[in-house]
Design a protein around this ligand. Structure first.
Ligand code: AMP
Ligand code: MG
Length: 339
């Protein structure tokens, strides 16, 4: 299969949006930009198209997909018994990097929810994504990476992973947030945070004061245990190089990594001057959104260094930092060193 590259610049915007929607409506797969990460889209009512998404990514068969919509009518088409607090969340956080898990209707292909009676729904803010969804209808779209690898935040990352495995990729710029959406389940008694993202716990508490943070957000689910969000039990975002997450202040982190041989430090701008071994910076420790924007592209570079270990300076767990920490602890296979 040849993956078509749909360019947006040079007056090609309308034509490429039209083409992307056409491919999707005829059962194909298209990688599209969103404000979180690039998604690999397929029509949410087509079992055969969804099958292609799982095959291209090598996605575990029990891991359900998020459905992306462009207006509230689409929400009521795919979700049943939408509770009041979901409507409030939609008013506050949509369009944006926020996903709700709700009871599903029969408009959703079984292959999207993988046997669950719920559906995860998001209304993205990215203009390209919205323009495509308006023409194609609701799109199931997981991150457009090979399963297990860091999520893609540029069209190049998508091509590196999926060239020849998908019908097309929409060539757009880098993603605004760089980490996947915040996922909250609202289908049971108490709202539960399943995955942290750019909509923070602090913001969620304004609408959902009793929200519970699922224990899988920061801890490794026990093997064989049932998890609220199937995606949380899989190894994720991991470089091949053995990765460790290191908690401590700037000086302690620098002293620790400087004593390591044949290693790479992934550090904050603020640490950089103190570090004398191989290093990659991934943003400012004081501005977590910069860490979110760069963490996946930095994790994609780690293996090029040919070192035996990589030590990543852990962000704070507040604000967007919690989302970055959640991805890194998985990249590090839950190996945390506290200095
Ligand atoms: P990704 O597709 O890579 O953005 O990951 C989507 C995340 O949402 C995964 O962790 C899924 O397990 C989770 N998810 C999707 N649908 C549901 C659902 N119906 N219930 C719980 N979690 C879900
Ligand atoms: Mg993913």
């Amino acid at each position: 299969m040849i993956t078509e590259k749909l360019e947006l610049s040079g007056g090609l915007y309308e034509k490429s949006i039209e083409k992307a929607a056409e491919i999707l409506k005829s059962g194909g797969t298209v990688a599209i930009p969103t404000e979180t990460v690039y998604g690999l889209a397929a029509c949410a009512n087509s079992d055969s198209a969804i099958k292609k998404v799982f095959a291209a990514k090598g996605r575990p068969q029990d891991n359900p997909l998020i459905v992306h919509i462009s207006d509230m009518d689409m929400l009521y088409e795919i979700a049943a018994n939408v509770p009041k607090q979901a409507v409030k969340c939609a008013e506050k956080f949509w369009p944006g990097p926020f996903t709700m898990v709700l009871k599903k209707t029969d408009k959703i292909a079984d292959s999207v929810s993988r046997g669950l009676d719920t559906v995860a729904v998001r209304m993205p803010a990215n203009k390209v994504a919205c323009d495509i969804i308006r023409k194609s209808g609701p799109l199931a779209a997981p991150s457009a990476n090979l399963s297990g690898k860091p999520s893609p935040t540029s069209a190049k990352h998508v091509i590196d992973d999926l060239d020849g495995k998908i019908d097309a990729v929409v060539m757009s710029g880098s993603c605004d947030y760089g980490v996947e959406s915040t996922v909250v389940s609202l289908d049971g008694d108490t709202p539960r945070l399943l995955r942290p993202g750019a909509v923070t716990v602090e913001q969620l508490k304004e609408i959902l004061p009793d929200i519970i943070i699922d224990k899988a957000v920061l801890a490794q689910p026990e093997s064989g245990s049932k998890v609220a969000s199937p995606g949380m039990k899989y190894k994720h975002y991991a470089p091949k190089t053995e990765t460790y997450l290191v908690e401590g202040n700037s000086q302690a982190f620098a002293d620790f990594v400087n004593s390591k041989k044949n290693s790479l430090a992934v550090c904050f701008y603020e640490d950089s001057d103190k570090i004398i071994i191989n290093k990659l910076t991934y943003g400012s420790g004081n501005k977590e959104i910069t860490l979110a924007q760069q963490i996946f592209s930095v994790l994609r570079e780690v293996d090029n260094y040919g070192v035996s270990a990589v030590y990543v300076h852990a962000p704070s767990k507040s604000g967007v930092g919690l989302a970055v920490y959640n991805r890194l602890i998985r990249a590090a296979s839950f190996r945390v060193i506290s200095l």
